[in-house]
Design a protein around this ligand. Structure first.
Ligand SMILES: [Ca+2]
Ligand SMILES: [Ca+2]
Ligand SMILES: [Ca+2]
Ligand SMILES: [Ca+2]
Length: 441
């Protein structure tokens, strides 16, 4: 036993770090400039392929999890490790489907065991925020959103949504139902959500690289110029109709449920009210959580975070879309991602709560108001529904303390929150290549 343990420790803490250091040094020695993106890709490949071994070893020798829950009545465990860039998970009966961003594979967990062969493998562009991104289930169909290519890592053909039949634990008979643009490696959106009426929602960001000047933005980003180009929008999609591509249709804007969205990694339906919610990522300041009512204008590129009177007055009007402030904002970006409304009996004390994840390892809990259209927070500095920047005792700029709204920390870059049929909360992490499971102690 000790020999096995020692071998694992040597592998984890000596051999793997040496391989990584040698690979980095060799890569940097050989390449410069354009090839740096490939180096980063190589490093991620090494990380993704060694993380499972490292985590298994750490648990064997008793290293505690980084992931922690602030509520003592709940605990977290690693459920599945050794995945490759998971972006979304979805329960179907007792199966879990896992989307891998960079491989385009849909993996299957059956009876708690990750199956070695994927149930589907599509070709994706996978740089930065491209890849196999979103999944929704409206039985008997499964919907996937991905940046399609002719080969993994190839040039993008578009951000496409396909409808599949779910038969005998297989995804068959793909039908293209939406063609969205793919003009940028960034802000591809990709999350899907479905409501109780069988409506499908999808989100895409502004498709404009960070640092773009104002004249690069278009009308759907609240500027007076440019084409209607199916960016910065949430779509309500007719899953039985013809292929959705609003910019080519006679009346494009009737297909937009919301506009003015910079970048989003989260869509969710409140199962009690049927309301749609999203998270949005700001540039250098203000990330948001929004209640998304029909014809919502989130305000980007003129507004991020809560707006001043002047900003609202000077926002160009765009058809019948209506601006409203976020329900919560972080002044310094925290990169919010997925969100979910707990309804399982195990999470009964959180039935009036919205859980929101971020890419910095946190799961937040927001207490809902009585009609579930906003939040009621108690901490005096959070009653303004904004986590503002303040100067701490050491003169550093920090966010106002978030103790009241922190449910979990240490999860890496969270990409999805889902409740299983067992009532437990499952959390996928892109950086940890892991699915965590949270439930009562
Ligand atoms: Ca693939
Ligand atoms: Ca907004
Ligand atoms: Ca505040
Ligand atoms: Ca989710």
């Amino acid at each position: 036993m000790n020999i096995i343990l020692n071998k694992k420790i040597i592998t984890t803490f000596i051999i793997i770090p040496i391989i990584i250091i040698v690979t980095i040094s060799f890569s940097l020695y050989l390449t410069t400039g354009d090839q740096q993106r490939d180096i980063i890709q190589d490093l991620r490949f090494i990380r993704d392929n060694t993380q499972g071994l490292i985590k298994n070893t750490e648990r064997t020798i008793g290293v505690p999890l980084d992931a922690k829950i602030s509520d003592n009545n709940f605990q977290v465990e690693e459920y599945i490790v050794g995945l490759n860039t998971p972006t979304s998970i979805k329960f179907l009966e007792n199966n879990i489907l896992i989307l891998e961003k960079n491989t385009g594979k849909v993996r299957l967990i059956k009876n708690g065991i990750l199956q070695s062969s994927p149930i589907l493998d599509v070709a994706v562009s996978y740089h930065n925020e491209q890849g196999l991104l979103g999944i929704a289930v409206i039985k008997p169909h499964v919907f996937l959103y991905y940046t399609e290519s002719d080969k993994d890592g190839g040039e993008s053909i578009g951000n496409h949504i396909y409808k599949y039949d779910w038969i005998d634990e297989k995804l068959t008979n793909p039908k293209l139902i939406a063609k969205l643009p793919s003009k940028s490696l960034w802000h591809n959106g990709g999350k899907l959500a479905s409501n109780m009426d069988g409506d499908l929602f999808a989100v895409i960001g502004d498709q404009t690289p960070t640092g773009s000047t104002l004249d690069k933005y278009r009308v759907l980003q609240n500027t007076p110029q440019g084409d209607i180009d199916d960016t910065s929008a949430i779509f309500k999609i007719d899953t039985e109709g013809k292929i959705l591509q609003p910019m080519l249709s006679e009346n494009p804007t009737e297909n937009y449920y919301a506009i003015g969205i910079r970048n989003s990694f989260g869509l969710a339906i409140d199962p009690i009210t049927g309301n749609l919610w999203d998270t949005e990522n700001g540039m250098t300041n203000y990330d948001e959580i929004n209640l998304v009512e029909p014809k919502f204008n989130s305000g980007w590129v003129q507004i991020m975070g809560p707006a001043s009177e002047d900003q609202i007055t000077s926002l160009p009007s765009f058809e019948n879309f209506i601006y409203s402030d976020p329900e919560f904002s972080w002044e310094r970006p925290t990169v919010p991602t997925d969100l979910i409304f707990p309804t399982s009996t195990q999470f009964e004390k959180y039935h009036n709560t919205l859980f929101v994840a971020d890419c910095l390892g946190n799961i937040y809990k927001f207490t809902l108001n009585s009609d579930r259209t906003g939040f009621v927070l108690q901490t005096p500095h959070l009653t303004d529904l904004t986590a503002n920047m303040i100067i701490d005792d050491n003169g550093n700029q920090v966010l106002e303390p978030l103790d009241e709204i922190l449910f979990g920390t240490g999860f890496g870059c969270i990409t999805d929150l889902e409740f299983g049929p067992d009532g437990f909360l499952y959390v996928s992490s892109l950086s940890e290549n892991t699915i965590y499971k949270i439930g009562p102690t």
